[in-house]
Structure formats: C-alpha cells, structure tokens
Design a protein around this ligand. Sequence first.
Ligand SMILES: Nc1nc2c(ncn2[C@@H]2O[C@H](COP(=O)(O)OP(=O)(O)O)[C@@H](O)[C@H]2O)c(=O)[nH]1
Ligand SMILES: [Mg+2]
Length: 259
Amino acid sequence: MKKIYAILPCYNEALNIGDLIDEWNNQKDLLKESGYQLNIVAIDDCSRDNTKQVISQKVDQYENVTLFPHEVNKGLCGGLNSAISYFLKNGCADDFMVLMDGDNTHNPVYVHEMLSKMLNEKKDCVIASRYCKASNVVGVAAHREFMSDMAKYYYSMVLRVPDVKDYTCGYRIYTYGIIKKLVDKFGTEPIVEKSFACMMELLYRLYIVGAKFGETGFELRYDNKKGESKMQVFTTMKKSLTTALKLRRLRKERTSAKC
Ligand SMILES: Nc1nc2c(ncn2[C@@H]2O[C@H](COP(=O)(O)OP(=O)(O)O)[C@@H](O)[C@H]2O)c(=O)[nH]1
Ligand SMILES: [Mg+2]
C-alpha cells in the first residue's frame, strides 16, 4: 500500500503534539479508504520540556507513530533536513510527505483535498495557503498577520514562483520524486538557513529543481496553540529579506537546466 508520512518538527511542543498526533490518527481510516497507509513521525529537536515523553506515550498508544530524536538542538532547518532524509530512506516513489508545524494550529483534515489537487493536477507540492478564497486565520496577532502579508508581497516580487502566494506556511505535501530531485541537486542537507526563512528556502530550492506548485485554502487555528511562538520576529524579517535575494541567484540554474 502507498504511504503518507506526516512528519512533524517539534521544539518544546509538549502541550500541543499529543493532540496533533490524535488529530492525524482521526484521518487514518479515510486515508486508508483512498489507498494510503498513514505513518506519523515526530521529530523532537532536543526539547527542554517533555515533548519527547509525550511523543513516546503516543508511540506506545499507536503502532503508526515513530519518534525521531535529535541529540542536540538543530533548529527548524535541522528538522526539515531530518524529515527529508527520513522520507527518502523509508519512502518509495508513490509515497507522499506532509510537513506541518507541531503546534496543533494546522488541522490534518485538509490533507485529503491537498492530496486530490496533487494527483488531479499533477503537482509536486501543494501548500495549505492562507491566501486562497476559502482561507481563514483565527487568533493571529495583528503584527504577525501584517508581517506575513509583507512577506507575501516581498517574496512574490523577488522570487516570482508560479502559483504560489504563501511562501512561508509550513503545512505542505510533497511527492517522493521532487524530494529526491532536491537531494540529488543540493545534497543530503539541502536546507541551510537557520531562521524560520528556511520554509521559504525549501520552497525555492524545489522550484529550482523543477517543482510545480498548487495551493488549497485552509483555516489556520492559531488559537489552538498552547505556549509561546518560537519565531524570533526581527531575525526572521531580516533573514527573509537577505535569504530571498541570495536564493534568487539560483534562478539561472533552473533556466539553464531546461535548455
Ligand atoms: N526542529 C525544530 N523545530 C522548531 C524549532 N523551533 C521551532 N520549531 C518548530 O517549528 C514550527 C514553527 O514554530 P512555531 O512556534 O509554530 O512558529 P509560529 O507558528 O510561526 O508561531 C513548530 O513546529 C515548532 O515546533 C527548533 O529549534 N527546532
Ligand atoms: Mg506554528
């Protein structure tokens, strides 16, 4: 049976990750009806709270949950690189990887629509976007929403990836094939940006290796999040500006790859 790997990067998510794993398993039967076996992998990035223990309880409770522990804190980019290598090692050509925040603000219920779009429109990556007609955002502070909107305009101007409006949302589904192309071109640790701009870096590197993107609307439930955001707002803003300009230089490689 084909598989879906839901891979969840976590740092200090003890209050959120248990509920999120339960939500994923609520989708298990429906995914099975569509021909997919669900595997859940929670990456604990050496959290200082008891995230690791909460995940371990879920490993005991469900047979489809795996704990991927980091011995040292590697940041979100380290979490993404671990997700990529886990998926390539354990998955096969027809499998999919879903990445999302571990803070229980992204509901797995949207995976079915994302998967349909992926298959029907032959996309390599579908983004759960805050900028579709059907999208809604609940519980995000005004300054954070303003920052996301600015990022959207800036990236759209500088990076111009077709069919992408939401460059920063972590909730996305990827094909095995496109992740393999990413690693073939950029190596086994393709993501280098340490700030949260690494989500945009992943997207743009996929574009360079030829990815076709799509977006579906979803409701971001920031009000479900227990505990603080780990985003360092000013560092992320600064790094977003400079990282996008650096990455844009890769565009030539996409063009020359086509020739
Ligand atoms: N692996 C890893 N993940 C992190 C780290 N810091 C945050 N994250 C994860 O990155 C995601 C985004 O962080 P979050 O606090 O949700 O940011 P926000 O949604 O923008 O407020 C969540 O899944 C976090 O658990 C880190 O140091 N390492
Ligand atoms: Mg989040």
